[in-house]
Design a protein around this ligand. Structure first.
Ligand SMILES: [Zn+2]
Length: 465
């Protein structure tokens, strides 16, 4: 396996990736709070860490990836109250929408997508243990983490605890022992959803859920913890404090953080009204444009989103798509696999080496446009081998690592599956209602357009002739 380095926020250095178990990577990514349709700020970590996971797999690692859904939070409660529905209804609705957007972006589902509310019992146990060890205390119906007792506090965000204390507004509080202490458990306010706990009716604080779900699904120590750099403080600092305090392990061995997204120089926010929803951007520019726009900047740098940038990106992506289509036409349909040449292997190595150094996606994505030009040149030269070589460098190498350039026929294939699922379900209902005439009519009509339907004891199968 090739050597991979990534920048680790904790040490502030680029470190060689050495997994706990050789050949296997366990990775936790903080997911969205699920109360709205996702925007491009949510999409950036999704695109980056899905691509990083694919790259690790491409490099021969077996990856277990967890990305959570925060499904209990003030924002969800407010949204539920404003619509007069339950929090469950809100989170279920937007989790469904999240998966739709994920699919549009051709982002693979993580191995586990836990929801906070399914882990409340484990959260309560985790907090009880922290109290037993002296790292947490109850105050009224709340429970707080005792920051003063954890001497590594501030290490991840590179902050000095005394500076933080003097910098924070002095809270006159008889609830907390120290202004830096943060809530592990919150007493339920009137009208809020709650769970029974040893401290009364309440709900988990935000940070504790990720400590608990990562432990449950990946163990007390795992390889990579990832998320947006806006989460470094306080969220990740607090997660780390809770987990190390309880387990005495290193918690996560690498901390990977992506940079933020701005829109025409401004922070994206509801009040400015510059929120770009993922599905709107995809509708206008297509998934490949959005993904390449994100991947053509280094994941740790900030990105500025603006119409001109996306327009320009779309034009260049369209040209790549045209060259891929021309290659297909050049061969009258399917482009034949070529026996990999020295040149092909050399290019593959280049892509792999670029991505192996702190996931340098700009270097790798720049190659897409080089290859596209090479395809066009090879078509003019009638160089079959070169056409096929560069075609597959885009489709099977860079394209597969980033989940790009599904051809129109591949996309149609998926749609046909979806439509056939509906048709076969319809026939099952018709037969159940003994409407054999109509169900036979559907079968015959499909037969006429070359789709053969076969009823088997385990269900209906179809075949395109
Ligand atoms: Zn988290």
């Amino acid at each position: 396996m090739n050597k991979i380095t990534i920048y680790d926020t904790l040490s502030g250095e680029e470190k060689e990736l050495t997994p706990i178990v050789p050949g296997k990577i366990k990775m936790y990514v903080c997911g969205p709070t699920i109360y709205n349709l996702i925007h491009i700020g949510n999409a950036r970590p999704m695109i980056i860490f899905d691509s990083f996971r694919r790259f690790l797999e491409y490099s021969g690692y077996e990856v277990t990836m967890v990305q959570n859904f925060t499904d209990i939070d003030d924002k969800i409660i407010n949204k539920a109250n404003s619509e007069n529905v339950s929090c469950d209804e809100i989170s279920e609705r937007y989790i469904n929408e999240f998966w739709k957007d994920s699919e549009l972006l051709n982002i693979r589902a993580p191995n586990f997508s836990p929801k906070t509310t399914n882990y409340v019992d484990n959260i309560i146990k985790f907090i009880e243990e922290l109290i037993k060890k002296g790292f947490a205390y109850q105050s009224g119906g709340d429970v707080y983490f005792r920051v003063r007792k954890f001497d590594k506090y501030g290490e991840l965000s590179h902050r000095n605890i005394e500076d933080m204390r003097s910098g924070s507004r002095i809270e006159i509080s008889d609830i907390k022992e120290d202004p830096l202490d943060f809530a592990l458990w919150k007493n339920a306010k009137e009208g809020e959803p709650y769970w029974e706990s040893p401290w009364g009716k309440g709900r988990p604080g935000w940070h504790i859920e990720c400590s608990v779900m990562s432990t449950e699904l990946l163990g007390k120590e795992f390889d990579i913890h990832a998320g947006g750099n806006d989460l470094i403080f306080p969220h990740h600092e607090n997660e780390r404090a809770q987990s190390i305090a309880l387990h005495g392990t290193n918690f996560a061995n690498y901390w990977m953080h992506n940079g933020m997204i701005k829109v025409s120089g401004d922070k994206m926010s509801k009040s400015i009204g510059n929120i770009w929803l993922v599905r709107e951007v995809i509708k206008k520019y297509g998934p490949d444009t959005l993904k390449i726009f994100v991947l053509s900047k280094h994941y740790r740098s900030p990105i500025d989103f603006n119409e001109e940038g996306l327009e320009a990106q779309k034009k260049s992506v369209d040209r790549v798509q045209e060259s891929l289509l021309s290659a297909e036409e050049f061969f009258g349909g399917n482009v034949p696999f070529v026996k990999h040449s020295e040149n092909y292997e050399k290019e593959k190595e280049y892509i792999k080496n670029s991505l192996s150094v702190d996931f340098n996606t700009p270097k790798a994505t720049a190659k897409i446009f080089d290859y596209s030009r090479e395809i066009n040149k090879a078509i003019t030269d009638k160089d079959e081998k070169a056409v096929a070589e560069y075609y597959y460098l885009i489709k099977n190498e860079i394209g597969s690592i980033f989940g790009l350039f599904l051809s129109t026929s591949e996309k149609k294939g998926n749609k046909t599956d979806d439509i056939m699922k509906i048709v076969t379900e319809l026939r099952t209902v018709l037969k159940k209602n003994k409407n054999y005439e109509l169900s036979d009519f559907i079968r015959n009509k499909l037969g006429e357009i070359g789709i053969e339907i076969k009823d088997t004891p385990t269900g209906t199968e179809y075949r395109i002739k």
